[in-house]
Every structure is written in C-alpha cells, then in structure tokens.
Design a protein around this ligand. Structure first.
Ligand code: 5GP
Length: 207
C-alpha cells in the first residue's frame, strides 16, 4: 500500500545490544531498503570503514553541515556528534524504500516529531544490564572509560523505552531477527496522513 512513499524504521538501543548483527540478519528478507549511514565525529573503531559504517568527519566539518542544515537530526552521544543526512533519506523515501536508522533516543524523538506518520520505532536491548556489561567487555573494542560511559547511557536510555512502538529483548539472535522481520514488513505498510486523506476523497467520490 505504501510502495510509492516509503517508510522509516528506527532502531535504538545500547551499543552492544546486537543492533548491527540483527540488521545484517534481516536485511535480505524485508524488501527494498536503504540503511542510513550516519555521519560522526567519533574515532573509527578497528574493522570500521568510512562510508560503510559511518561517514567519519572532523568536528569542524560536522558543525559546517549543521550550519548548512544538512541533517534530518543530529545528537551529541558519548562525547561525539552523530547525525543523519537528509538528502539520501529523502531520495530513498521517494523511491518507496524502507529507510532504516540506527540512532539513539534523541534521534528517535527528532524523527518522530517530523515524520511520525511514516515511522515505526523499535528499542533493542539485552535481557539485563549485566549481560550488556559482559558483551561490551567481550567486544574488546572500547576502553574501560568508554564502556563505563556506554553503560551509564544505556541505563538512561532504557528509561525511555515507552517512547517506542516495540521492544525486542535480544537474548536469542534467530528469534529476535524473526520478530524484527515482522515489524519491518508491517512498518512498510504505514500510510502517510496525506495518502489517507487522498484515499478517503477517492473513496467518497465513487459513492
Ligand atoms: P556507536 O558509537 O556505538 O556506533 O553509536 C553510539 C550511539 O549513537 C548508538 O546509540 C547509535 O544508535 C547512535 N547513533 C548512531 N548514529 C546516529 C545518528 O545519526 N543520530 C543519532 N541521534 N544517534 C546516532
């Protein structure tokens, strides 16, 4: 129903909850999608590639892009800037794609306030804080200081789960992926307010 106008799927949740693995698992099973690559001032982690995981830029470049109003939304997370560029998102929506965002709670708030009628939001987390600690330590990519910041942030973020349409507790990757596939398929069917009004007019005109 919504193939002409596209839709948005917001995924939020603590770093270490398995968002990236889940996205990797579902991406080939949910139809035409565009995964929004954010821009960040955070230093690149081992194994990350600029233009694939993020567009890595300096703070100066990021601030220039804010000035030029190039972001749909941006936020300051764990001491770094992260932002979603507007142009590729607009293009993907025009092509009727499901646009997937991996953004934090502030980003979800901003997207909801601008595009609520085509947005579905999902919060993904580990079963417990203890499990999140374990995963972040096993990942071996972040320093103790960064891990402590991420855990504090996660504790604040879970307080805002009520702002999301769905909660996925990722304790079994296969099951979580199955649930997320259903949500993504349903997200694509959301109808923008404008389209509903057009539909009602057409429906009545043929009475
Ligand atoms: P990480 O440094 O682990 O890649 O990401 C840290 C946090 O920033 C995650 O919660 C992630 O969802 C969030 N994030 C990544 N890109 C964006 C973005 O473009 N906008 C916002 N608001 N948050 C983002």
């Amino acid at each position: 129903m919504n193939e002409e106008s596209g839709a948005i799927l917001v995924l939020s949740g603590p770093s270490g909850a398995g968002k990236s693995s889940l996205i990797g698992k579902i991406i080939d099973h949910i139809g035409p999608t565009y995964f929004s690559i954010s821009t960040t001032t955070r230093p690149m982690r081992e194994g990350e590639v600029s233009g694939v995981h993020y567009h890595f830029v300096s703070e100066e470049v990021f601030k220039g892009e804010i000035e030029a109003e190039m972001f749909l939304e941006y936020a300051f997370v764990h001491g770094n800037y992260y932002g979603t560029s507007l142009i590729p998102v607009k293009q993907a929506l025009k092509e009727g794609k499901l646009v997937i965002f991996d953004i934090d709670v502030q980003g979800n708030d901003a997207v909801q306030s601008r595009l609520a009628d085509i947005t579905t939001s999902v919060f993904i987390t580990t079963p417990t804080l203890c499990e999140l600690k374990r995963r972040l330590h096993n990942r071996l990519t972040d320093s103790e200081e960064v891990i402590a910041k991420r855990l504090a942030m996660a504790t604040r973020e879970v307080q805002r789960i009520t702002e999301y349409d769905y909660l996925i507790v990722n304790d079994d990757l296969e099951k979580a992926a199955e649930v997320l596939i259903s949500i993504a398929k349903a997200a694509r069917m959301k109808i923008p307010t404008l389209k509903i009004n057009e539909f009602i007019q057409r429906w009545e005109a043929q009475g």
